[in-house]
Design a protein around this ligand. Structure first.
Ligand code: APR
Length: 232
């Protein structure tokens, strides 16, 4: 294990993907048991599917809300929160929509792909937090369906969120990428910013990814185990 000590850094960014929540029992998207192995995103996670059959999309998201609600943050989430508490310059940029970092007490600078726990009415331009399981009511007072405030396939990311993430990665002196397959753009591109700025870079994953070559330290193992080692 390379001797990376969080205490040696002032501005740490944790850049997390679904593997961060795997040990909480939340399925990842790809790989064995992944969500996209069971569900076709074209039917459940894109605007066309929602326009075609909002009830079916909400049924899917209610199942995900119930599943995530039944899970707890894991030791890896708790290490991220503990580092943020000890080193206030620590930021979290996540691709995850599960809200687990927040449930573990961490402040999240950017939820790149939105949140399972926020909904919006595009007609009324309203966005609001909502943690009802199942989500009710499904319709806004205007009569239109509330839409999960999630960045679906073919959606653009919120440029304000991307700006916050870019600023974090431009300023960091340590980037710790955790549990992402690095195949979904533009999110996958962001760690390159920290590399170009000369930050120390760490990739925590069970296996190599297409962007592993970018990282100076490639630590292989479960997120909570590796983070516990780094946090000693
Ligand atoms: N510890 C560390 N890494 C893990 C663990 C674990 N316990 N379990 C799985 N992983 C790794 C896998 O090896 C894989 O590289 O986590 C990664 C999960 O990859 P994906 O399922 O593709 O998740 P992610 O990279 O977050 O997906 C990006 O794709 O579907 C969209 O919007 C969705 O935000 C998501 C985006």
């Amino acid at each position: 294990m390379s001797r990376i000590r969080f205490s040696d850094f002032e501005r740490i960014v944790f850049f997390t993907g679904a593997g961060m929540s795997a040990e909480s029992g939340i399925p990842t998207y790809r790989g064995k048991g992944g969500i996209w192995a069971e569900y076709d995103y074209e039917d459940y996670a894109c605007q066309r599917a929602f326009d075609r059959d909002p009830e079916r999309v909400w049924d899917f998201h209610d199942r995900r809300r119930a599943a995530v609600r039944a899970c707890e943050p894991n030791d890896g989430h708790r290490v991220v929160t503990a580092v943020q508490e000890r080193r206030p310059g620590t930021l979290v940029v996540t691709q995850n929509i599960d809200g687990m970092h927040q449930r573990a007490g961490a402040a999240v600078t950017a939820e790149l792909h939105g949140s399972l726990w926020r909904v919006r009415c595009d007609a009324d331009e309203i966005v609001r937090d909502d943690d009802t399981v199942p989500m009710t009511p499904r319709k806004c007072s205007c009569g239109g369906y509330w839409r999960p405030d999630i960045v679906w396939f073919e959606d653009s990311l919120d440029h304000r969120v991307v700006c916050r993430a870019r600023e974090a990665l431009e300023a960091c002196d340590l980037l710790v990428s955790i549990g992402t397959s690095a195949v979904v753009y533009p999110a996958a591109e962001l760690p390159r910013i920290a590399v170009q700025r000369g930050a120390v870079t760490v990739e925590i994953n069970l296996e190599d990814t297409p962007l592993s070559h970018l990282y100076q330290h490639r630590l292989r193992g479960k997120a909570s185990d590796v983070l516990a080692e780094l946090n000693r």
